[in-house]
Write a protein that binds this ligand. Sequence first.
Ligand code: ZN
Length: 132
Amino acid sequence: MALVKCPACRTRMSSVAKVCPKCNYSRNPEAEADPEQVKLFQKRLFRDRMYKLRMFSYVAMTITMIGALPMLWDYIQGVEKGSPVILLKHWGIYVVAVGFFLYMVIRFLMVSTKKRYRANLPLDQTRTSPVR
Ligand SMILES: [Zn+2]
């Protein structure tokens, strides 16, 4: 049993396997992969991944808001009472920091996913030097 690379995601898989264990690409072990079909499949993988990342970015934005809204609220209350809250000492700043950090990480992943897709590189493997 030899190992071949999945035509869609390039994970190593058994040469007799009909379906890639990682991305579920179904192939015919006896025939060459149809480039058009592979392209379509990669597009779908890319879309799924971007969709998930977008969902995560909404979660990160929500976390940021959960921290930011009480800060804003307490700040307004403080101003009305004549004793403004110091925002950097508010607990919300930590929540905002975490949410913002997550958001930035997700944005970075989205950009690198797009780049990999455009360069036709595997979406899931990290490579420092892309080999063509
Ligand atoms: Zn695959």
